[in-house]
Design a protein around this ligand. Structure first.
Ligand SMILES: NC(=O)c1ccc[n+]([C@@H]2O[C@H](COP(=O)([O-])OP(=O)(O)OC[C@H]3O[C@@H](n4cnc5c(N)ncnc54)[C@H](O)[C@@H]3O)[C@@H](O)[C@H]2O)c1
Ligand SMILES: O=C(O)C(=O)C[C@@H](O)[C@H](O)[C@H](O)COP(=O)(O)O
Ligand SMILES: [Zn+2]
Length: 349
């Protein structure tokens, strides 16, 4: 089994990764008086029984959400919290977030506010969730006006990763996860970016050795960043490369047109293009990053979005200062930095 420590001073925890681990959840539920599984319909159908089989007869309750981003909102939070109270969950109960980033974000948020906080375990089942959303404790939901505008920093007690469950992901969901994987290479580790480029097909096909290496490296990188800056005062902002534009596109299209990873791919392309136009990064490196993004086949065309609407959405980005919009832009191989911009935004629109 692979084990990674997230050595946060106040909330340390471990990521455990092993094939078949979805059937071995019992040790992660120690001392819980009750267990609540929060999942979505697709994941429940595919993996609900396997997870429960590994709980050694321990009784559990389940809340099953409709799949997708449309469940990540405040009215769903209220429904989940009411149900938790009806089920009699206490501060000694434990939540299992079984699913992709949507389930992880909303279940983690409910865990953080129910009775002012109860423990939860992340059991991520998408590539995106295994490489990114299950680690680091960002939880929350969307408002119609903006992505993840309500939320908390609330670390899980464990992150339990079974790479085998990725085998049932659609091509679109694999590409979605690859969006965040490419991000890690650009923001932190040029050798990893090269590895992704050289193993792109194998990654798309979920070849075992490549998946294990990629999930492990992404979790390591995210862990290092989060341990240094848990509450996003500085360094952690680099995990937002591609997200300033990406989140605006998601919100403007009512969270229906793009998956999060697709929006991030489009955002990374245009934000890198803007950096090139501003002379912040050399053309050869831009082509390298752009080439990798294009390999996913996601359409990078944003012509249909009125530029004023995009700017207005980006003006609400959580990273902004004053009247400037915060962008994380690539500067050199494996390095990015924050730029506060306004007029320059028109390079990307
Ligand atoms: N908290 C963070 O740090 C963080 C990081 C990145 C993204 N996010 C958030 O994560 C969300 C996106 O997550 P996502 O891409 O996992 O989307 P998702 O949770 O909507 O899952 C995508 C689809 O895949 C299905 N699915 C899940 N596991 C499956 C499996 N093993 N086999 C087959 N189908 C499966 C789901 O039912 C759903 O239909 C966004 O809301 C984004 O904002 C959060
Ligand atoms: O963990 C982080 O920090 C991230 O920024 C990871 C992102 O991939 C993720 O999409 C996150 O939810 C964005 O958070 P937000 O605070 O910018 O909404
Ligand atoms: Zn993201």
């Amino acid at each position: 089994m692979e084990k990674l420590q997230i050595a946060l001073e106040n909330n340390p925890y471990e990521i455990h990764m092993e094939k078949g681990l979805i059937r071995g959840l019992d040790p992660y539920l120690e001392k819980a008086d009750q267990t609540l599984i929060i999942t979505d319909e697709n994941v429940d159908r595919l993996y609900g029984d396997s997870l429960e089989a590994g709980m050694k007869g321990r009784e559990s309750q389940k809340i099953i959400l409709p799949p997708g981003e449309s469940s990540k909102n405040l009215s769903m939070v209220e429904k989940i919290l009411s149900k938790m109270l009806d089920l009699g969950l206490t501060r000694n109960s434990r939540i299992i977030a079984l699913g992709g980033g949507v389930v992880g974000d909303i279940a983690g948020f409910c865990a953080s506010i129910y009775m002012r906080g109860i423990p939860y375990v992340q059991v991520p089942t998408t590539l995106l969730a295994q490489v990114d959303s299950s680690v680091g404790g960002k939880t929350g939901v969307n408002l119609p006006q903006g992505k993840n505008t309500v939320g908390s920093f609330y670390q899980p007690r464990w992150v339990v990763i079974d790479p085998k469950v990725l085998s049932t992901l659609s091509k679109r969901e694999r590409i979605t996860g690859i969006g965040e994987v490419i991000k890690y290479g650009v923001i932190y580790d040029y050798d990893f970016l090269t590895y992704i480029r050289e193993n792109f097909e194998a990654l798309m096909n979920l070849e075992e050795t490549v998946i294990l290496a990629v999930v492990k490296r992404c979790c390591e990188i995210k862990g290092e960043i989060v341990v240094e800056d848990e509450k996003e005062k500085g360094l952690r902002k680099i995990l937002n490369f591609g997200h300033t534009l990406g989140h605006a596109l998601e919100a403007l299209s009512n969270y229906e047109k793009y998956t999060h990873g697709e929006a991030v791919l489009i955002g990374m392309y245009h934000e890198a293009f803007m950096a090139k136009k501003m002379g912040l990064l050399d053309a050869a490196y831009f082509e390298e990053v752009a080439g990798l993004i294009k390999k996913t086949g996601v359409s990078l065309d944003i012509e249909g979005f009125p530029r004023e609407d995009l700017v207005q959405r980006m003006m609400r980005d959580k990273k902004n200062k004053g009247d400037k919009i915060s962008f994380i832009v690539p500067r050199e191989r494996g390095k990015v930095e924050e730029k506060l911009l306004l007029e320059e935004v028109y390079y990307i629109l």
